[in-house]
Structures are given as C-alpha cells and as structure tokens.
Design a binder for this molecule. Structure first.
Ligand SMILES: [Zn+2]
Length: 151
C-alpha cells in the first residue's frame, strides 16, 4: 500500500501514522511511528521498529519501537522540522535516524528520489482503524478522518 510523495507527508503528520520506508536500491527497510502529542498539536514523537538481541535465551531476537526524536511544526510559518532526540538509544548517525531525517527533508522539498517507497500498514494514519475503500487505501486516511483534516 504505497503512498505517493504528495500523500506521504500528510499521512505522516495525521496523528497516528505507522509506515515503512524502503530503499529499493539498497533493500534497506525501516518501520516508523509518528504520533502527535496529546497536548500539543505541533509536536510529534517519532520512533522506529528496532531489532535487538533478547537477553532471555528462550526468546529469539525481539522488535520494539524506540524513540528517535520529534517533529515540530512552527506555529507561524507551518514549517516542519525533525529534531533528533538526545535521549534516543539509537545514535544520531545510525541509518534509522539518518534515513528518517533524509526522508522528511525531501518530502518537504518535494524531491524524494524514486528509489524510496513509503508504505502504510493498511491502517488510518490519524485514528489507526483499518482502511477499507480504495481512496482511503490510496491516501492512508479513512473517509471520516479525511473530512476532519479537510481533504
Ligand atoms: Zn481514521
């Protein structure tokens, strides 16, 4: 369920977005979550699905979403910026953080190279409910949520 570059930023900032970014040339793929702060509409928390070695031998490797930073929207200029979180367990020069910084930057400037594919998981980026009709699947947003956002 691929998002176009035009739809992607809208989807990412809808409030409860989960998506995978694939680079078809390197075959790297990472899944991110961008959740809007409950008390501040211009603040979003970004996390990435992270593999780590389980300390319990009975379990194999596990995956968990780990915080990497915030997206802030300037209230006056509407400008969007991703800011690395110093408390993140992932380093600022990790591929997950560098990749996300790159994607956001180029979605804003509308020149994301064609090797990147952004796909949603079939759930609405605003409310998390399963998407059913064609337009919802195309945009990553359900019809109710599209109305609320004003699309
Ligand atoms: Zn929705």
């Amino acid at each position: 369920m691929e998002l176009t570059n035009e739809n992607a930023l809208q989807f990412i900032l809808a409030g409860k977005a989960q998506f995978t970014v694939t680079n078809i040339s390197t075959q790297n793929r990472y899944t991110y979550k961008v959740n809007r702060c409950d008390t501040n509409n211009n603040l979003y928390f970004v996390s990435v699905l992270y593999n780590y070695k389980s300390t319990n031998k009975e379990y194999s490797d596990e995956q968990q979403f780990k915080y990497i930073g915030t997206i802030r929207k300037d209230t006056n200029t509407e400008q969007i910026q991703f800011i690395y979180g110093n408390k993140s367990i992932l380093k600022q020069d990790s591929i997950q953080v560098k990749g996300f910084t790159y994607i956001i930057k180029h979605l804003i400037t509308k020149d994301l190279p064609d090797v990147y594919f952004i796909t949603h998981t079939g759930k609405c980026g605003r409310c998390g409910r399963r998407l059913t009709d064609e337009k919802s699947i195309l945009t990553g947003l359900g019809s109710e949520c599209r109305k609320i956002i004003g699309l």
